[in-house]
Design a protein around this ligand. Structure first.
Ligand code: ZN
Ligand code: FE
Ligand code: FE
Ligand code: FE
Length: 173
C-alpha cells in the first residue's frame, strides 16, 4: 500500500467515529418523533427504523473490528444541528395538522445525511480493500434508503393533511 492509503484510512476512521456518534444521537431522537407523530403508519415506520438504527450501532462496531480499532465516537456536529432543527420544527407544529409533515421533513433530512455519509464510507472501504466493511456499510446504506423511501411514500398524504385548517376536529385521526 502506498502512503495515500494511510491518509484515506485515517479519513475513513474519522468518518466512522462521526457516524458512530450520529447513530447514538439518532436513537435518542427517534422516540421523540414517534411520540409526537399522530399518524399510526408514520409511528410504525419510525419505530421500525429505530430498531434498525440500534442494529446499525452494532454493525458499525463490527466495522471498527475489521480495522482492528476499538469503537469510539467523535461528535457529529452536522447531526446535532439537523436534530436540533427537527426538534424545533416539531415543537412548533405540535397540535397542528402539519405535525406529521413536519416530522417527515425532519426525519428525511437525517436519512439524506446518512445516505451521503455511508455512500462515502462504502466507497472508501472499497478502495481500502476491506470487503467485509463494504458489506456491512452497504447493509446500513440500504436501510437508510428504505427508510427514506418509506417517508417519501407517506409524505404526499401527510402534506395534504397539513393543508387542513387548525380546528379541534382536524386533530382526531
Ligand atoms: Zn394518519
Ligand atoms: Fe442510521
Ligand atoms: Fe457527521
Ligand atoms: Fe436512518
Amino acid at each position: 500500500m502506498n502512503s495515500n492509503s494511510n491518509t484515506l484510512q485515517d479519513l475513513f476512521l474519522e468518518e466512522l467515529e462521526d457516524m458512530y456518534d450520529a447513530e447514538h444521537r439518532i436513537t435518542k431522537a427517534l422516540p421523540k418523533l414517534i411520540e409526537a407523530a399522530t399518524c399510526n403508519e408514520l409511528k410504525a415506520g419510525l419505530e421500525k427504523h429505530l430498531r434498525e438504527t440500534e442494529g446499525q450501532i452494532t454493525k458499525l462496531e463490527s466495522v471498527f473490528r475489521v480495522f482492528d480499532e476499538e469503537p469510539s465516537a467523535a461528535k457529529c456536529e452536522a447531526i446535532v444541528g439537523i436534530l436540533a432543527e427537527g426538534d424545533t420544527i416539531v415543537k412548533k407544529n405540535k397540535k397542528t395538522p402539519a405535525i406529521n409533515a413536519a416530522i417527515i421533513s425532519a426525519a428525511q433530512k437525517v436519512e439524506d445525511y446518512e445516505i451521503a455519509s455511508y455512500g462515502c464510507l462504502k466507497a472508501w472501504a472499497n478502495i481500502l480493500g476491506k470487503n467485509e466493511a463494504v458489506r456491512l456499510i452497504d447493509e446500513i446504506l440500504e436501510q437508510e434508503k428504505k427508510a427514506d423511501h418509506t417517508l417519501n411514500a407517506l409524505s404526499s398524504s401527510k402534506n395534504q393533511e397539513a393543508l387542513e385548517e387548525v380546528e379541534p376536529g382536524a386533530l382526531r385521526r
